[in-house]
Design a protein around this ligand. Structure first.
Ligand code: MTE
Length: 315
């Protein structure tokens, strides 16, 4: 798969997480690169990408044009395939995404396992969302999916459900990034949302982008998109959705609690400990010329969820 490289950016903006991961990541990355040579099958399987056209919801149309598809599918974070932005496009096509099931369980009256074909039968729509990564770059992407609350309606969460926990696939054979001698994060990748966030109409269970099913590197066959939060909350390649009474600890919080909080709402007033969140680079621009918008521009819809909360303490 062709890889689009982003031109180099000032050191202050380069992949801050890699800086943080420091020797750990470097060692893991090196080990991955070496071991990668021993996994020739990694990108041989044909990825399942099919047309997935859904009516566009005109209510979600940011003023910026959609990011070039090639860029959005070749500059990715999907650490199960490596920490370099080009690794997911290089290695993820080898992941088998059929058959695929998502278990929906926990505090629900009707727990169920959904096959991916069943999820594709929900009323799909296309929404163009701004997508903002914690690393201070952003994209604009036409996603195809449906509101997570519609899936919830099918399983009927109980009154004890206060949080939703998202667990993503862990396929050692197919994911070179999870086989590094020093794990980059505690696999599997786990994320969480408060129930009102998860049930908010903006939270999209996503099966496609750009009128096609998701490429593996973007989280095939099904991922989350939570557009007012930093990108790492949008967990890829979901296998389990659990309604829970207690707040989970997400993988990134486990890795560095002082850097990645539970809420992770896009907020220009709360800097990451190692860099500012005031501005962002709208890719492919190499300049952080954009002012970061509160809740990534979705304040009108989601600010009420946090009324009265100290968003500096609850970052
Ligand atoms: N999901 C899994 N399973 N593993 C990951 O490493 N990375 C997150 C998120 N979901 C990640 C993940 C991060 S940091 C970002 S910015 C987005 O996916 C990137 O999504 P994209 O590649 O579609 O832009």
């Amino acid at each position: 798969m062709p890889v689009t490289r982003i031109p180099s950016v000032p050191p202050s903006e380069i992949t801050p997480r890699e800086v943080w991961l420091n020797r750990r990541s470097l060692m893991a990355g090196m080990a991955g690169a070496i071991a990668g040579a021993a996994w020739p099958g990694a990108s041989e399987a044909a990825p399942v990408i099919e047309p997935l056209v859904a009516p566009r919801n005109p209510g979600f149309a940011p003023k910026d044009a959609a990011t070039d598809r090639k860029l959005a599918t070749s500059y990715n974070n999907f650490y199960e395939f490596g920490t370099d932005k080009a690794d997911p496009a290089r290695y993820a096509p080898g992941m088998k995404v059929r058959p695929w099931t998502v278990e929906v369980t926990g505090e629900v009256a009707k727990p169920r396992v959904f096959g991916i074909e069943e999820l594709l039968k929900f009323a799909l729509e296309e929404r163009v969302y701004r997508f903002r990564c914690v690393e201070a770059w952003s994209m604009v992407i036409p996603w195809v999916g449906f509101e997570l609350n519609k899936l919830a309606a099918a399983v009927e969460p109980t009154s004890r459900a206060k949080y939703v926990i998202f667990t993503t696939a862990l396929k050692r054979e197919e994911m070179p990034g999870v086989r590094t001698p020093v794990p980059v994060i505690d696999w599997p990748y786990v994320e969480g949302l408060r129930i009102d966030e998860a049930m908010h109409p903006l939270t999209l269970l996503t099966l496609g982008m750009y009128g096609e099913t998701l490429p593996n590197q973007n989280g095939a066959p099904v991922r989350l998109v939570v557009p007012w939060k930093y990108g790492f909350k949008s967990a890829k390649s979901l296998v389990r959705i659990e309604f829970a009474e207690n707040r989970p600890t997400s993988s990134w919080t486990k890795a560095a609690a002082h850097e990645y909080g539970f809420f992770s709402n896009v907020n220009p007033n709360v800097d990451h400990p190692r860099w500012s969140q005031r501005r962002e680079r709208l890719l492919p621009s190499i300049f952080a010329s954009r002012e970061t918008e509160m809740f990534n521009g979705y304040a009108e819809q989601v600010a009420p969820l946090y009324a009265g909360m100290d968003l500096k303490a609850n970052f």
